[in-house]
Design a protein around this ligand. Structure first.
Ligand code: UT7
Length: 345
């Protein structure tokens, strides 16, 4: 990988009276369940083919959680790995934030269940829901707690068991999603730069384009809602696709501009892994070289809030991100929601 051409950049946080505080991602971790579901297996379940899925999405296989594995189980595995790598005992965690659209249950939160599983007895815990954009939203929330001096150590998790809310009779959606979890340990580390900026956005007028219609207060679970398959993901793929390219590009551009950065200074772009054609279109519009853009959706599919969290872990493990590198995360999801973050690793 070509190193960034220049190291000069602006840290927008430095001007907001946060002297003496700095939020760094000190470690990451990830977990994907063992079972792999290939396109060929899917083509025996619905009217599809490996060729269609690969050409239209770039996905070849995805991981599927076991029936006794819930989102908190995946999340706890990723969290344990991240904490171990940070050499931070679970008791030292001040706050757990889990981004998910597939909580174990409506309440208690998945974060509370993770707290118990990993033994983070001192930690406060809550979930956030921003669909596939959730991990970036959660990073920003975690960072705010650190910069405001409320907490020193925040565990941020993106975790999903999407295969539990996928309609396995709908070829438009069932080929897209997979399960997994990623985690990051945020820590106050004075003198470092860490999360330079996070841009977030939403357009609630597009709420019905990508949703699970039932199971909340609008359409509580009933025999009708179950019979009508309303507890599964529904998506207008084309509209989502068009909006995603435009919003991800705009968010990434804004994040770079805030830091006075050119794309050539970014070591790695880590986009939400929903569709290879979306990733390529966003990369091209940003002027990124193909090798600057991280992709793992061929193996994992779309894991929603876990997507960029797992990708970040894989990029770090593979040596594609080194300390001091500048990286750009960019996401898009239901809501619609979107976001971009520039991180000095
Ligand atoms: O993570 C949140 C964000 N989510 C996304 O960003 C997803 C965005 N959308 C997409 O990735 C794409 O729109 C899809 C991959 C979902 C669909 O690709 P597309 O190129 O937009 O295809 P389409 O929906 O326009 O469907 C084209 C054709 C249709 O057939 P007709 O009407 O042309 O005869 C579909 O019925 O492909 C058909 N089709 C399939 N054929 C084989 C749809 N799904 C499949 C399938 N296998 N799995």
């Amino acid at each position: 990988m070509t190193p960034p051409t220049a190291k000069a950049f602006r840290n927008p946080r430095a001007q907001h009276g946060f002297q003496g505080r700095s939020c760094s991602i000190i470690s990451v971790g990830a977990y994907v369940p063992e079972r792999v579901l290939t396109n060929t297996e899917l083509s025996r379940m619905v009217d599809t083919s490996d060729e269609w899925i690969v050409t239209r999405t770039g996905i070849r296989e995805r991981h599927v959680a076991a029936s006794d594995q819930a989102t908190s189980d995946l999340a706890a595995e990723a969290a344990r790995q991240a904490l171990e790598r940070a050499a931070i005992p679970a008791e030292q965690v001040d706050l757990i934030i889990t981004a998910t659209v597939t909580p174990d249950m409506p309440f208690p939160s998945t974060s509370c269940l993770v707290q118990e599983k990993i033994g983070a007895r001192r930690a406060a815990a809550f979930d956030i829901e921003a669909a596939c954009s959730g991990f970036i939203y959660a990073l920003e929330i975690g960072q705010q707690f650190i910069m405001s001096r409320s907490y020193d150590t925040v565990l941020v998790i993106g975790a999903e068991k999407l295969t539990g809310i996928v309609d396995w009779t709908d070829r438009n959606t069932c080929v897209l999603f997979g399960d997994g979890a990623g985690a990051a340990v945020l820590h106050n580390r004075p003198g470092s730069h860490g999360l330079l900026t996070v841009c977030m956005g939403a357009d609630g007028s597009k709420g019905n384009v990508l949703c699970v219609p039932a199971g909340g207060s609008r359409v509580p679970a009933s025999t009708d809602s179950v019979g009508g398959r309303q507890h599964f993901i529904r998506m207008d793929g084309k509209e989502t696709f068009k909006y995603a390219v435009q919003a991800m590009h705009a968010a990434a551009k804004e994040a770079l501009a805030r830091c006075e950065l050119d794309i050539s200074q970014i070591s790695l772009v880590i986009p939400h892994q929903a569709n290879l054609r979306i990733i390529d279109a966003v990369g091209e519009r940003l002027g990124a070289r193909p090798e600057q853009v991280f992709k793992n959706l061929d193996r994992l599919g779309n894991t929603s809030a876990a997507s960029v969290a797992i990708a970040l872990d894989e990029a770090v493990s593979a040596g594609r991100v080194k300390r001091g590198d500048l990286i750009l995360l960019v996401v898009f999801g239901a809501g619609f929601t979107w976001g971009a973050a520039v991180i000095e690793w």
